[in-house]
Write a protein that binds this ligand. Structure first.
Ligand code: 7RM
Length: 633
């Protein structure tokens, strides 16, 4: 690969122009370099008007042939996957492309053997072990739709996701290593499955050898099925717009949405963005993305993007602070990582720890650094640049979303001039617009507005599973004929983009999206709660923290134990990532006369900026504000 890889800024500019002037020719040309069972009739068709956009319609393919089979003739012995275990002295596991191909085929057959067919949904609730990546590809091999649920979610969250898409099979681990803890994934699964009648079978991969209960007839050990499974598994023929995967993500209202990605467009987008943004140009380059496969970053930039590109992807089982806060740097040193992609929250957490840990690791192998998931602050950017990149590695600040499938705005490493905290310029194919509250497009530079995309791009999500109306409302309901991202954004004097953060009721905690409504709903289920309002506030490490204002029914109850109950409740309903950092008991919430909670005021108080509350005259009862301000102190 790839004749379409951009190698200088002029080429970028040309590609960018061409991609929007003649998308059919541009993407058709790029798609030629992939392996198809049948070529397309049209490159791009439909659009935002009727939400009927399609890419490479008429074509047939299987994405795993492009991730695996294609490399078997050219580089069968190249490492595809390098696995670094949680325990720094544990076994590093390596798969060549040939070995990974075999493992995926065997796994695909084992899933097939349990009656899984094209179009069936398979839920993967696993820790970061090679078998997770293998299961993802095994599903794709046979045309089953994978739905990966992050191992940090609770039994209830897992159950909700399984029910929403009627998954027939669940694959999990006995337990998952996370630093010095073991997450009891099978036990949590058992709890979830009490309410999941669609699940017919469970495959349990043994990692921690923890004791688990196996339900006969339903539960099967991975190793038992695997050893008898054939390594011959022809790839299912998929149409361009056949679903590839569902990934649940939080929005500003209601329950998480099952974002659906399809096959051909996602494939082209994953490979195109991976190669152009990260620029792995040397055969010996070694790329490591620290995300979890439970998030979109792990789908596109641990699994599909790198494997489509025939490079080695590094996968890490553990956490950045185990056994100490030098772990990331020691792994870079140990494996001679050249391309390192992580989240601002990890950088902030590690820069707050013992500096000697980063200084004593040899980081001279590094060539390119990346960030993703949330806006990075200047201090973190500079620390990353100085102490990790030693001022010789470009930082690609990549802006994108679960819904965009892949990177949308980012420097191309060593090609685009970087600027601290700027995602800089759009990827070819991405036509950005900043709009004001009325939907009017804001022209020119030195402006700020709501970030929209005005034309379809290959990697975009096609629908919300089971609820196309919600897809329409959420992304295309705010501004007609534009995809609205939910983010605010600035365009500076050079036309560079800087994301300022969410403008809706989504909180970004450590790069993870959490809907305020979801947390409120979880807390409101408690017996002793009348009403809850949840907002985000600036947090030194997490980017944003969660602040909950709660009206209690029975004020006699011991407040400390009540607060503990609230935290446990959120952990139970959603998962530990959504636990409120601060909880304030209030006797009322600031509401407008029409009954809407004025979150603006609650956000200000949570930020500690209670002097600038703005206009409170439209409040039903302005006195609650005084009480809240005093209570916050
Ligand atoms: C990839 C991912 C999406 C939200 C998005 C933004 C925020 C992501 C950046 C960023 C500033 C960045 N998908 N976000 N990347 N903000 N700079 N480079 O994170 O669906 O989980 O989250 O994350 O608010 O809308 S996601």
């Amino acid at each position: 690969m790839s004749q379409w890889k951009i190698s200088n800024f002029e080429e970028y500019q040309k590609a960018y122009m061409a991609s929007l002037e003649n998308p059919d020719q541009f993407w058709g040309n790029i798609a030629e370099s992939f392996q198809w069972k049948k070529k397309w009739n049209t490159v791009k068709s439909g659009g935002f008007q009727n939400l009927d956009f399609k890419w490479f319609d008429g074509s047939e393919l299987n994405i795993t042939e492009n991730c695996l089979d294609r490399h078997l003739s050219s580089q069968p012995d190249k490492l595809a996957l390098l696995f670094e275990p949680n325990d720094p002295h544990g076994e590093v596991i390596k798969y060549t492309y040939r070995e990974l191909h075999e493992a995926v085929c065997k796994t695909a057959n084992m899933i097939k053997g349990l009656g899984i067919k094209k179009g069936d949904r398979v839920c993967l609730y696993m820790s970061m072990v090679p078998e997770l990546l293998i299961s993802v590809l095994a599903c794709a091999r046979i045309g089953a739709i994978h739905s990966v649920v992050f191992g940090g979610f609770s039994a209830q969250s897992l159950a909700g996701r399984i029910q929403d898409s009627d998954c027939k099979l669940l694959i999990t681990n006995d337990g998952g290593y996370r630093g010095d803890k073991i997450i009891p994934l099978k036990e949590i699964s058992d709890e979830a499955l009490k309410n999941c009648p669609s699940i017919e079978n469970v495959i349990v991969h043994s990692r921690t050898k923890s004791e688990v209960k196996m339900q006969s007839g339903r539960d099967h050990w991975w190793h038992d099925l695997y050893k008898n499974s054939s390594a011959d598994c022809p790839a299912e023929t998929m149409k361009a717009e056949d679903p590839l995967f569902i990934l649940y993500t939080s929005g500003s209202t209601g329950k998480p949405k099952g974002v659906l990605h399809t096959t051909a467009g996602y494939m082209v987008w994953a490979a195109y963005t991976f190669q152009n943004v990260f620029q792995l140009n040397d055969e010996k380059d070694l790329y490591w993305c620290t995300a979890d496969i439970g998030w979109i970053t792990g789908h596109t930039y641990i699994t599909y993007g790198p494997l489509l590109s025939g490079v080695t992807t590094v996968m890490f089982e553990g956490v950045p602070t185990y056994p100490d806060a030098g772990r990331f740097w020691n792994i870079v040193d140990k494996h001679q990582i050249t391309h390192f992609y992580t989240a601002p929250t990890a950088i902030r957490a590690l820069m707050a720890c013992d500096q000697s840990l980063v200084e004593k690791a040899n980081l001279s192998s590094l060539k390119v650094l990346g960030t993703v998931g949330e806006p990075i602050n200047v201090e973190a950017w500079e620390w990353y640049n100085e102490h990790v990149g030693k001022k010789k590695c470009p930082i690609v600040d990549t802006w994108w979303q679960t819904e965009t499938g892949g990177i949308m705005i980012s420097p191309l490493a060593n090609i685009t001039k970087t600027k601290p905290c700027f995602a800089t310029l759009p990827i070819p194919g991405v036509s950005l617009e900043l709009v004001d509250a009325d939907g009017k497009v804001i022209e020119g530079n030195r402006v700020e507005g709501n970030l929209c995309v005005s034309q379809s791009w290959p990697g975009q999500a096609r629908t919300v599973w089971g609820d196309h109306e919600r897809f329409k409302q959420t992304y295309f309901g705010t501004y007609p004929n534009k995809y609205f991202t939910g983010d605010g954004c600035r365009r500076d004097e050079d036309g560079y983009y800087r994301i300022t953060g969410r403008v809706d009721d989504v909180i970004n905690v450590s790069g993870h999206r959490i809907g305020t409504a979801e947390v409120e709903d979880a807390i409101d289920l408690l017996e002793n709660v009348i009403e809850t309002a949840v907002v985000g506030y600036p947090h030194d490490i997490k980017g944003q923290g969660i602040y909950a204002y709660i009206i209690m029914k029975d004020a006699e109850v011991n407040v400390d134990s009540f607060i503990k109950t609230v935290r446990e409740q959120v952990t139970k309903v959603i998962g530990p990532i959504a636990k409120p950092d601060k909880i304030q008991i209030v006797s009322g919430l600031p509401k407008t006369r029409s009954g809407k909670i004025m979150r603006r005021i609650l956000r200000k108080v949570a930020e500690g900026d209670s002097k600038n509350l703005g206009d409170t005259s439209t409040l039903l009862d302005p006195s609650v504000v005084t009480e809240i301000v005093n209570g916050a102190k």
